[in-house]
Design a protein around this ligand. Structure first.
Ligand code: SF4
Length: 530
């Protein structure tokens, strides 16, 4: 599925001053541990392909912290296909600690100045810092208005990253020297939303924090000498940490590394969680585990649930002409599990063109055109077959409509039965996922919450041009991910938001429905932030 995108991924690495370097250290030594950052960012590139960047700390360099960032994939930004250029970047930004970021933007604002990390230069070392974050502040407009109300401040970008930078700077202003823990505790009291954050200052102090409800993921690992963190565990696995060494930072907790000492503490008074269920369904790398739950196993469980529903219903004949086809790549685990349970083959009937470019920046016709170049149906697999087309979710339906046409006309499929390994998306996301208006969503025109009827699904199937369509019920999500429903954010499938500002924005989004696709933030006098 290619209709929605995350807004970012973060990473951090730090080599302690120890007698013996970590066995995972690069051959150039602990002072150049930042060399691991491009690899880590590549492993979380699924979370953003628009821009990438790194800030490193090096006490032997004139610029104690220094930032390299640009528009492009990790490979482009770090010149990974040019040995000499890449090596010179690695030398220039070598450091014993580093933070990194990959970015996706919901629209426009593709200039370099929006790339993260955001560095704020200052003559005092503890006030000279850089940070990056994954998420979105739902109360952005409130924070922005407060900053601008005094007439003493100016914001140069329409982004909550600048707001966070301002709020951190405010905590560090004057003669006070608050601990990093106190900084995090204070700014979080003013924030409503989702944020996983990494921070590095010119004293070489590192901090990472996860929002009070743990909406966004953040994993970390450490041996005696090396500490690393990333939005997803796969980045830590691939630099050499064992699965047992990798943990999720609990919601509302902060890790600080100051003077070679690491501390993990809770900064929030909240005891509940609201992990974004979409991480397991679609966003995260299938090789990742977050909050103790494997993405692969969760998707497999969703496929089992789809198979159970099929067995109960029995309206689609299961015979030698019936096959399961996943929409690559994120639906594959669910499709394979469904096929296995039904005793029919899961076949690669759609080939994804990995070089077709992004389908999500352009709207309307362009999005459709791009979607049609992204997948090629395989006639050799599809011709004359009854196809269960398994998709991880349907957001706007642009991709699904294009696929159905191409599978039928080009692939020669006899019947197409769409099976969605997720409930209908009926509400926008205000926590950092690219779907923030009601009008852009497919499902609300047919279904607005509550039990999903056979009639509503039949209308959706006919609107899309499928022979039938079936979603999973909301309850499947908690079962498949192994959480209880109240430990998850399921706002986009229930309309019930885990934060006050999320709920308020939803009300505005509902009253703004049909307003020409105007985004909720625009409806309250704001512009889009990314
Ligand atoms: S609204 Fe949906 S996509 Fe957004 S954080 Fe909640 S579960 Fe995730």
């Amino acid at each position: 599925m290619s209709e929605i995108h995350h807004e970012c991924g973060v990473a951090a690495i730090y080599h302690f001053q120890r007698e013996t370097p970590s066995p995972l250290c690069v051959e150039q030594g602990p002072g150049e541990i930042s060399r691991l950052m491009p690899r880590m960012l590549q492993d979380i590139q699924n979370r953003g392909q628009l821009a990438a960047g790194v800030t490193s700390f090096n006490p032997h360099r004139q610029q104690l912290i220094d930032t390299h960032k640009d528009i492009g994939s990790v490979s482009e930004v770090f010149r990974l296909s040019h040995g000499g250029k890449s090596e010179s970047l690695m030398q220039e930004y070598a450091g014993q600690a580093a933070i990194g970021h990959v970015r996706y933007a919901t629209c426009g604002q593709e200039d370099r100045s929006y790339a993260q990390p955001f560095e704020r230069h200052h003559l005092e070392k503890h006030k000279w810092f850089s940070f990056a974050f994954n998420g979105q502040l739902a109360n952005y407009s409130q924070l922005r208005d407060r900053i601008l109300s005094g007439n003493d401040h100016h914001l140069t970008r329409e982004t909550d990253t600048e707001i966070i930078m301002h709020e951190i700077s405010r905590e560090l202003s004057g003669d006070n020297r608050p601990s990093l823990f106190a900084v995090m505790q204070n700014i979080s009291r003013r924030f409503d939303g989702a944020y996983s954050l990494v921070f590095l200052n010119a004293r070489g102090e590192l901090m990472l924090a996860r929002d009070p409800l743990g909406i966004k993921p953040l994993c970390y690992a450490t041996d005696d000498s090396l500490f690393a963190a990333a939005s997803e565990s796969v980045a830590l696995l691939n630099i050499g940490f064992a699965p047992e060494q990798i943990k999720s930072l609990p919601p509302g907790h902060v890790i600080t590394i100051v003077e070679n000492e690491i501390q993990l503490k809770k900064y929030s008074t909240t005891d509940s969680s609201a992990h974004c269920f979409f991480e397991w369904i679609y966003f995260a790398n299938v090789a990742s585990s977050m909050d103790g739950r494997s993405v692969y196993l969760s998707r497999t469980e969703l496929g089992n649930e789809l198979a159970e529903l099929e067995k109960k219903d029995g309206s689609v004949p299961i015979d030698e002409d019936t096959i399961v086809v996943p929409v690559p790549d994120t639906s594959k685990a669910a499709a394979d599990a469904m096929a296995y349970q039904l005793g029919i083959p899961s076949r690669e009937g759609l080939i994804r063109n990995r070089y077709a470019g992004r389908t999500f920046i352009e709207g309307g016709a362009d999005r459709k055109k791009k979607a049609s170049t992204k997948y090629t149906p395989l006639r050799e697999v599809l011709n004359g077959k009854r196809v269960f087309l398994v998709e991880d979710s349907i957001v706007r339906s642009t991709t699904m409509r294009v696929l159905l046409n191409r599978i039928r006309d080009f692939g020669g499929a006899r019947e197409i039965h769409v099976r969605v390994a997720c409930p209908p998306i009926i509400a926008p996301c205000f926590y950092g996922i690219d779907m923030s208006t009601m009008s852009e969503l497919f499902a609300p025109k047919f279904h607005n919450g509550g039990p999903l009827t056979i009639e509503a699904q039949a209308k959706m199937a006919s609107d899309l041009g499928a022979d039938s369509l079936r979603y999973l019920p909301v309850e499947s999500i908690a079962r498949a991910t192994g959480f209880t429903a109240d430990q998850l954010c399921q706002a986009c499938i229930t309309g019930s938001y885990p934060t006050e500002w999320g709920q308020q924005l939803y009300q505005i989004a509902q009253s703004n429905d049909g307003n020409g696709g105007q985004r909720t933030y625009e409806a309250i006098g704001d512009t889009i932030r990314t």
